[in-house]
Design a protein around this ligand. Sequence first.
Ligand code: PHE
Length: 449
Amino acid sequence: MQQNNRAQFATRLGVVAVTVGSAVGLGNIWRFPYEAGVNGGGAFLLLNLFFVFVIGVPVMCAEFVIGRHTGSNVRSAFRRLAPGSAWSLVGYIGITASILILSFYSVVAGWTMEYIYRSLTDFCGIRSATALHDRFDTFASSNWRPVMWTLLFLLCNYAILARGVEKGIEKVSNILMPLLFIILIAFCINSLFMPDAGKGLSFLFRPDFSQLTPKSVLSAMGQAFFSLSLGLGCLITYASYFSRRTPLMKTAFLTASLDSFVAIMAGVIIFPAVFTYGKEPAAGPKLVFEVLPAIFAEMPLGALWSTLFFLLLFLASLTSTISMSEISIACMCDDLGMKRRNATRLNIGIAMAFGTLCALSFGCLGGVRVFGMTLFNLFDYVSSNVLLPLGGMLISIFAGWRLNHAVLKGELDATSRGGRIFLRILIFCMRYVAPPCILIVFLAGIGVL
Ligand code: PHE
């Protein structure tokens, strides 16, 4: 069913680099630690791992199968597999979620650019918790600077996306991902030697289930979907560029493992510092930006480490946002016959408008509340906790129940005995575990059950 003239990722390493590049980003290094901080640490981590491997991996395989089998973008994949049915709605859920995520994500990526700039020009080695807090607040609530960085970040996206799939996306990911791993390991080692490392590690690894509420269970599930880039068809789009030789189950398992590993590393970097520098683990979205500068201030060559860290965070964000944008760009190019350059312009233009609103929601639009949330929080909540789980559930039902079983098995193609056992478990989870589990957690989390 695959189309012949479609772009393809050139190598297997390239496939892993782009999928891990999409998965690893602010979701692991910025969002995971603060969500874990707000939701009680160890218990959140355990739940998150459950959702990643029991629900995330099957949904990821479902996306891979649909994408590679049809060789289509998210909208037409469902139209081809189930013509004339309501399934194409899944495509529209994905496109909406991708625009919402791109908008608020670019604001945080913009903050990383401000911190790179500061590390280079004005690294003052502040250690005091209140001073770091004030510094961040003054910046984020100012009107033009965060907006400027958000727009600049989106322009960087444009520069890569307009170059296309192999030359832009794959090349950049191949270089950046290995570099990110090396630097994270160096920071982990540094944090392990901090005076209060023990307290930080026990916060992260000792589960205290008394802290969990239905809402935090929903957050752990939302975090798993967000971090694995699932439920919005991002991986359907990427898989449409996979070659027939790419082993889907292995790629899914490897991506989920590396993604969780990076999130845990981020926790190991941050929580020892939170306790050592007397910060509050439940500080919310500012956590990373207020805690890490205190670590850099302590380190020899702090300015250099600080620049390097925020640079890598910026680059990791970039490999994630290009994957989000590719969802709608592929739809516009394939289905509306638009030129890639124009489709990219439209996508980035819309994100710029919404991104500006999100950036200003820390400043002059702070008073604008929808369901009690600022625009930034609303975009995050609706996408991660509503649209992604909903999309994930539908994708999993589609692949498990509606898609031809022979196609599903053929695409997942287990050759060894272990592989076949794994395939059975995977299909079982895809059919019987993921859909009801997502539904129950979702309904309980929003207070309906
Ligand atoms: N997974 C990315 C991260 O963790 C975010 C993302 C979400 C990317 C959805 C693509 C699609 O940062």
